[in-house]
Design a protein around this ligand. Structure first.
Ligand code: B12
Ligand code: SF4
Ligand code: SF4
Length: 219
């Protein structure tokens, strides 16, 4: 089975293949597979697929992800792990740095040269066999040429200080009436990034992410 077959099977779910790599001992991939292929989303393209099939259940996006990807992994003869497994969590950002050559933005999420901060990871397929992945991706980091770094100054409660992220400050704002723009339109710091701004998620998707974030971490 080649990479294009895997890409087609994953595309049928509404998600997409986001590169891969051949893990070594220090990549912390369970079971030491020969090939890891990342599955994710860019520009919120998963939204209409998820929205059409969502159910009234806990963690609806994660549950939908399992419903569409578990059978795909079986078809492809792969094991599958998810970013929402755990804790302990699998190191998806480290794997994405290997698979796609991305690096972290100053506010934490990895910055993509085309999609900016509007992308995510939904699973990793683990194959016992070696799959040809083609040439490695270019290591093009948009933050290197971004002198002003507007993402760092856009949060109304300064949840980013350039060294870390203050979850309590962010959650406090989201719970307050002043946090309504973040709750309905999405994180203002992510919006401040000019790279991939045209790929920002739609309004329903932004509100869903904010509500899920508050539900998961805001108790
Ligand atoms: C727990 C978690 C959080 C916690 C973090 C708590 C903490 N202090 O660690 C909180 C609630 C704060 C959080 C917030 C957000 N998160 Co979060 N989170 C996770 C989760 C589930 C686990 C992270 C983890 O602990 N990994 C374990 C470590 C061992 O893995 P790791 O890959 O090595 O990750 C670390 C390194 O990348 C390291 N790191 C940072 N810079 C560098 C640089 C180098 C060179 C290296 C080697 C490592 C490194 O920091 C990472 C996190 O600790 C991941 C999913 C996942 N499984 O990775 C999503 C994930 C990281 N989150 C994500 C997102 C989008 C967010 C939010 C924007 C909210 C949202 N859901 O929209 C905010 C952003 C906050 C911020 N500024 O970082 C995305 C990031 C996608 C991307 N573009 O990179 C992920 C990958 C989920 C996904 N499905 O795509 N998150
Ligand atoms: S605003 Fe600039 S520094 Fe911040 S994430 Fe975007 S490109 Fe990187
Ligand atoms: S969601 Fe709002 S409060 Fe939280 S980090 Fe983003 S801009 Fe700051």
């Amino acid at each position: 089975m080649d990479l294009s077959t895997i890409e087609r099977r994953i595309a049928a779910t509404g998600l997409l293949v986001r590169g891969g790599f051949h893990p070594g001992g220090d990549d912390a991939v369970p079971g030491n597979p020969a090939t890891l292929i990342l599955v994710g989303d860019v520009a919120g393209r998963l939204w209409p697929h998820f929205n059409a099939a969502r159910r009234d259940e806990a963690d609806p996006l994660d549950s939908w992800t399992r419903r569409v990807l578990d059978p795909a992994a079986t078809d492809l003869g792969a094991r599958i792990v998810y970013p929402f497994d755990g804790p302990p969590h699998h190191p998806f950002q480290r794997w994405a740095m290997r698979a796609e050559g991305l690096r972290p933005s100053p506010i934490g999420p990895l910055a993509h040269p085309e999609f900016g901060l509007w992308h995510s990871y939904r699973a990793a397929l683990l194959f016992g066999r070696r799959i040809d992945l083609g040439p490695p991706p270019p290591a093009d980091h948009p933050c290197d040429g971004c002198a002003d770094k507007p993402c760092l100054g856009a949060c109304p409660v300064e949840a980013f200080d350039g060294r870390g992220f203050s979850l309590p400050a962010c959650l406090g704002h989201l719970r307050a009436p002043q946090g309504r723009p973040c709750m309905t339109g999405g994180c203002l710091a992510r919006h401040a990034c000019p790279v991939g701004a045209e790929h920002a998620y739609g309004a329903d998707h932004q509100a869903f992410v904010a509500q899920s974030f508050l539900a998961a971490f805001g108790r």
